[in-house]
Design a protein around this ligand. Structure first.
Ligand SMILES: Nc1ncnc2c1ncn2[C@@H]1O[C@H](COP(=O)(O)OP(=O)(O)O)[C@@H](O)[C@H]1O
Ligand SMILES: [Mg+2]
Length: 310
């Protein structure tokens, strides 16, 4: 998209839908919940919504609820008065206050403690809050966008997330599909990233070989767009030539992702191997082998027959 400073590469119909929704959401002040696997572009989408909204010139502030200590999340959000707790030597404004008429992003919202969840619910219901240790009631003007890669509905059934807050947050949910579910985005994203990364690394005229393109398209990208970006950056840094070839990418990508699963075996295969190894180790002493395996002699003999281990 060329009309906004945050590019959201969307060629696949699945992600065009996401952009359409983002455009419509941007016009409103509604709270938005963005869900999606890690690396799908939730942060990027939140930023896009902000940039497309009438709030674009006001602050865009993000809090990472998962990596900040809980006490810090609370004071970062709500701010505190002087002396509110040990170490609160001055009054501090929270993000809710500093965001003004802008956008506040709560990243990994599932990580909020139930205490903060309750406070946040009140903010969403009444649009008011107090600084920690404060009595003055303040109004929030900013739009809130919550991000999660966790299944919030599941967190609700497990009583880890307040149901009422979940309903408040999920009124408008934007689901960012996994990259494997929008395969026609892969090459446009790859080309976009190659161009940007080549610029960052001071390289010019770099392209993908045909085989590399094919491998990128067939791979499943469990780490989504972030994994794609990292793979391209790594290839770019290591490759000397101006064409990134198949050999410049990790083995999992070269082999279409079959490597991680090729080591996996069925229970029967594992059992077969365990019995064979134990028989060998005990020099085929059935009683001893059955003891080691924790099964009866008869069961071992049956299994030995089943797997043809004589
Ligand atoms: N549609 C897109 N267009 C361009 N870049 C994208 C897109 N989606 C994701 N990215 C990039 O991929 C990386 C991961 O995206 P991010 O928003 O951090 O994912 P998430 O928050 O879901 O883990 C970032 O560098 C981001 O800029
Ligand atoms: Mg993120």
């Amino acid at each position: 998209m060329s009309d906004v400073p945050v590019p959201w590469i969307a060629h696949d119909p699945a992600s065009e839908k996401v952009v359409d929704l983002a455009r419509r959401v941007a016009e409103t002040s509604t709270t938005v919940l963005i869900t999606g696997e890690s690396g799908t572009g939730k942060d990027q989408l939140a930023r896009l919504i902000h940039e497309l909204s009438p709030r674009r010139d006001a602050p865009y502030l993000k809090i990472d609820c998962a990596s900040l200590p809980h006490e810090l999340v609370e004071s970062e959000l709500f701010g505190h008065e002087r002396g509110a707790f040990t170490g609160a030597v001055d009054r501090k404004f929270g993000r809710l206050e500093m965001a003004g008429g802008g956008t506040i992003v709560l990243d990994e919202v599932a990580a909020l403690t139930t205490a903060i969840q309750s406070k946040l619910l009140r903010v969403l219901e009444e649009r008011t809050f107090e600084r920690l240790g404060g009595t003055e009631t303040l109004r929030i003007d900013a739009r809130l966008i919550a991000l999660t890669n966790a299944d919030l509905a599941r967190a609700v059934s497990a009583h880890r997330f307040r149901e009422d807050l979940y309903f408040r947050l999920s009124v408008l949910t934007v689901q960012v599909p996994a990259l494997r579910d929008r395969p026609s985005d892969i090459m446009p994203l790859a080309d976009h990233m190659l161009e940007r990364l080549a610029f960052v690394h001071g390289r010019t005229d770099i392209t993908f070989s045909e085989a590399a393109r094919q491998a990128l398209v067939s791979y499943g990208w469990p780490g989504n767009v972030r994994e794609l970006k990292n793979a391209i950056e790594r290839a770019l840094v290591f490759a000397q030539a101006s064409v990134l070839t198949l050999e410049d990418f990790p083995e999992s990508i070269r082999t279409g992702g079959s490597t991680p699963t090729s080591g996996l075996r069925s229970l029967e295969e594992i059992e077969h191997e365990a019995i064979q190894a134990t028989l060998e180790a005990t020099r085929y002493k059935i009683t001893r082998a059955a003891e080691v395996l924790g099964i009866s002699r008869k069961t071992l003999l049956d299994k030995r027959k089943k797997y043809g281990l004589h």
